[in-house]
Design a protein around this ligand. Structure first.
Ligand code: SF4
Length: 371
């Protein structure tokens, strides 16, 4: 007899779960109980949900499942950062990063397998797009990875462009926010986009997290040279959209700016940046490029970064300089997945050639750019 595939109940915000439970002929309060078990208690076995009636548990057991992602590799860094390679139920892999700092513990989550945006400074940008993550796969990076400390902040800055997977990301944000469940809260959630301008106002209106925009260039030409999305949403249009945004409160936009040696790190760039963001409530997050073996860009000196920041500060622009975390564990976005794929390719090649395995964790038989 063919087994019926069970329906996944993870990833439904409470109103959707209530709808599904009502459709089954059970009262809405059952959905609230179930929701608490799934997201507050993080229970995956319906049998252990002891305040649900036996009959209801039996129905849940027969028809539904609460799947979990799996950690396939854990890479702890000397600075406390932990990079995880996460295996999804179809065998695809994404990355999550645990970043402890004083007073907070941030989890950086992925939203897509691969990415369509092809930013030339990003290791993920060189991997082909495979698929969007479902809302449950996004929140499960918080729920099912055994993090050493409770997570207080979430950033959607891992693999993928969140606004290119808008609906599932918005569902995940509802779940991250909900005080009845995961309880992170919108002031502790940041969504980073390359600037898909037609989604920005609706994201602000939904009020489920803070907005960060990857800028990385101060002229249209310069930005286009490293971010292909600039052809669809050019820099002047992006800045115009930001200038016209209607905020409900006193929010401001964070612009992420990665300084790349001799590309966008000059004094002239800093001055152009000051002009570019005039009239927009902003904070600038500076990062120095995180070098990796797959891409040729170089990291500017510490002195150069601080000089760039000083120019912003002199012009009264709030700016922070975030030092890269986990540099010793391939923490550049997408780097770990490339390395894992290379190891698989190496293993397959060895098997084919009858060669005994090489005991290296980062062997790259050939560059996989554009793979
Ligand atoms: S930086 Fe973000 S949007 Fe650009 S390629 Fe990498 S993952 Fe995609």
């Amino acid at each position: 007899m063919e087994l019926l595939k069970k329906e996944n109940l993870k990833g439904l915000p409470l109103p959707d779960l209530e709808k599904r439970i009502l459709e089954m002929g059970h009262p809405a309060f059952r959905a609230k109980q179930l929701y608490r078990w799934i997201y507050k208690e993080r229970e995956t076995d319906f049998e252990k949900m002891t305040d649900l009636s036996k009959d209801f548990r039996k129905t849940l057991q027969e028809k539904f499942e609460l799947p979990q992602i799996e950690v396939s590799e854990t890479h702890p860094s000397d600075d406390g950062t932990i990079k995880y390679l996460v295996k999804l139920s179809d065998g695809e892999q994404v990355e999550s990063v645990f970043i402890p700092t004083e007073g907070r513990v941030t989890l950086c989550v992925s939203t897509q397998v691969g990415c369509k945006m092809a930013c030339s400074f990003c290791a993920t940008g060189y991997q082909k797009f495979v698929r969007d993550l479902k809302a449950w796969e996004i929140v499960d990076q918080l729920m099912s990875i055994p993090h050493p400390r409770p997570i207080t902040n979430i950033v959607l800055m891992g693999m993928g462009e969140p606004f290119d997977n808008y609906e599932e990301v918005m569902k995940a944000l509802q779940l991250f926010n909900d005080p009845r469940g995961l309880k992170i809260g919108k002031r502790h959630i940041t969504v980073s986009t390359v600037g898909i301008t037609d989604k920005i106002q609706s994201f602000i209106d939904a009020s489920l997290g803070k907005l960060a925009i990857s800028l990385h260039g101060t002229t249209d030409e310069q930005r286009a040279s490293i971010m292909p999305i600039n052809a669809k949403f050019p820099l002047p249009e992006l800045m115009d959209t930001c200038r016209k945004l209607k905020f409900k409160g006193t929010e401001r936009i964070t612009f992420e700016y990665i300084l790349i040696k001799d590309l966008n790190d000059s004094d002239a760039d800093a001055l152009r940046l000051v002009k570019l963001v005039q009239g927009i409530p902003v904070k600038i997050n500076l990062l120095a490029y995180n070098e990796n073996p797959f891409i040729d860009f170089k990291r500017p000196s510490e002195e150069r970064v601080l000089k760039f920041q000083n120019i912003l500060l002199k012009h009264h622009l709030t700016s922070t300089y975030r030092r890269s975390r986990g540099r010793d564990v391939a923490a550049a976005c997408g780097q770990l997945r490339i390395e894992a794929e290379n190891r698989l390719k190496r293993k397959a090649w060895e098997k084919l050639k009858g060669i005994p395995p090489l005991h290296s964790s980062t062997f790259a038989p050939e560059p996989v750019l554009g793979a």
